[in-house]
Design a protein around this ligand. Sequence first.
Ligand code: ADP
Length: 266
Amino acid sequence: MSQSSNQPSGENAPEKVSRPDIKNVIAVLSGKGGVGKSSVSALLAAGARRENYRVGLLDADITGPSIPRMFGINGLSPDSKVSPAESSLGIKIMSLNLLLPSEDDPVIWRGPLIGGAVKQFWTDIEWGELDYLFIDLPPGTADAPLTVLQSIPLDGLVVVTSPQELAVMVVKKGLKMARMMDVPILGLVENMSEMICPHCGKQVELFGASQGEEVSNTTGVPLMAKLPIDHYLAECCDKGEVEQYQSNLFNEMYNLQQKQNHSGGK
Ligand code: ADP
């Protein structure tokens, strides 16, 4: 990929293509894979849909099949390369994985190609009128997510970390990217922050002590939510029924977005 992570936007950044038919574009970011970024994207989309918003989910993390699998979607209808798939709740979903002949086909694409595909998902897909489009970004804070951020006008970023991660560093990198792209970070989600023992009900910090509050205080990014490890969530994701899982994530995000808007943010 030609641009590096510390290259500023400005003259060299590609022009952002606006889509007036899509009102709010929120991207979900993480420092590495496996911390629950796709799950959080899915829960945000499902939460927004349950509030009756028109919702889309763009899977830009095209190295893994999580999003289609979580929603139990196997492919697009054969004649449809421009219309997204639709989940049981009515969320419009587009993922490169849906264009592959088989879910198991590996996507061994280099950065520029991935960036190009994601850009096309933004410009060419017939999303229709949407209130919210959530973007599940590729993991990391380097080239691939940057390409996505550079070509799509975002309204906000949500950062997902786990207690395993060097969360302050991830959030600081996210903040740097957000500043470069002139996008506000709405909040931080600390996933897998603890586990409630199903036998004794005791709280277990499986991946170490929660850092959520501390990271939030250090970076100034609001702590949107702390999600415990929940076997039922894993089960719903595995069964393709993530929409069954109830969470407050979208409402938390919505409140933070309103606050940002009122405080003069984007
Ligand atoms: P990422 O997008 O960051 O790579 P995923 O959202 O795909 O991570 O999650 C990785 C795995 O962990 C999935 O199988 C998912 O079901 C599971 N998972 C994520 N968050 C939780 C949680 N809070 N409780 C239980 N399982 C979770």
